[in-house]
Design a protein around this ligand. Sequence first.
Ligand SMILES: O=C(CO)COP(=O)(O)O
Length: 244
Amino acid sequence: MAPRKLIAGNWKMHGRASSLAVLETLVDKHLDPACDVLVCPPATLIARLAGRGVDIGGQDCHWEELGAHTGDIAAEMLADAGAKAVILGHSERRADHGETDAMVARKTLAAWRAGLVAVVCVGETEAERDAGQTLASIAAQLAGSIPEEATAENLVIAYEPVWAIGTGRTPTLAQIGEVHDFIRESLETRFGNGAARGIRLLYGGSVKPGNAAEIFGVDNVDGALVGGASLKAEDFGAIIAAAV
Ligand SMILES: O=C(CO)COP(=O)(O)O
């Protein structure tokens, strides 16, 4: 049986003024019992938005529980603020902050230590796709970023082609399917069928109300990680509706 769909919103560094209104509209009008929803605002908004009817997540954490790490935030701190999950290894973190697969693996262990679901992001660059290296790149990121203790409950994987993020460009449905099938097979080889079948595989990169339904129709796509379109309750709600 396919896992329950999960629609996750990554607000990135947005949402200061509008955050509460967007969340309230989302909760009042757009949730559906058939679909899990997660909203990941900037860390400063987690406490304000948690406990209002939809799960809240962070966008990054440090791997240590405490210490001399100026500007960082521990997984336990996200949990204290009310987070249930955390996005890790987003390509913007990998690019802006030099995060490596090994660092993402340590952060993933930290998330689990704090009782959070880890939403681990992988995805090829445009140069890798043009060079025919897409699956090799995904394989390396999966091997390096995901610790052995992964289960269907503690891990979600988001496939986000770097070149599709914020660009309005998306892979073909066949290309999405190829990568999602590959991720599922890799997980089955590594973790056995039981865990691997339950780990949700989200597609991310220019998901909009207009393309969500066809993307959700692809095998092994268990939902979406949505950037820009998650900032408007109506658009995010339309994507949720497309999933159910
Ligand atoms: O990076 C993303 C989600 O994490 C995708 O962003 P967009 O939906 O804005 O392309």
